[in-house]
Design a protein. Structure first.
Length: 89
């Protein structure tokens, strides 16, 4: 099992991060709130905090947007997707 979480950014999140993905090395499970904190730290000074604040989030294929990010566990080997609102969606 890998000791990393892959973060994927879509649309405006991709533009704000300047990349389509990041790899976060972890020792064990972390919370979605920690994933967001680490992603923002990787892209310090960007618009990413504002964009992630309005994004839908998926952990694997499970939508977790309505849940408290401090209560959502993200295990090593997972992927997290940040999807901004889409016009006409």
């Amino acid at each position: 099992m890998t000791n990393a979480i892959t973060v994927h950014y879509w649309a405006a999140a991709k533009a704000a991060a300047g990349t389509d993905s990041d790899r976060l090395e972890v020792e064990g499970p972390i919370t979605l709130a920690e994933v967001v904190r680490r992603a923002i730290a990787l892209h310090h000074g960007s618009r990413l905090p504002d964009v992630l604040a309005v994004c839908a989030a998926l952990v694997g294929d499970r939508p977790v947007t309505a849940e408290d990010p401090d209560g959502v566990e993200v295990p090593p080997g997972s992927s997290v997707e940040f999807l901004p609102p889409f016009a006409g969606g």
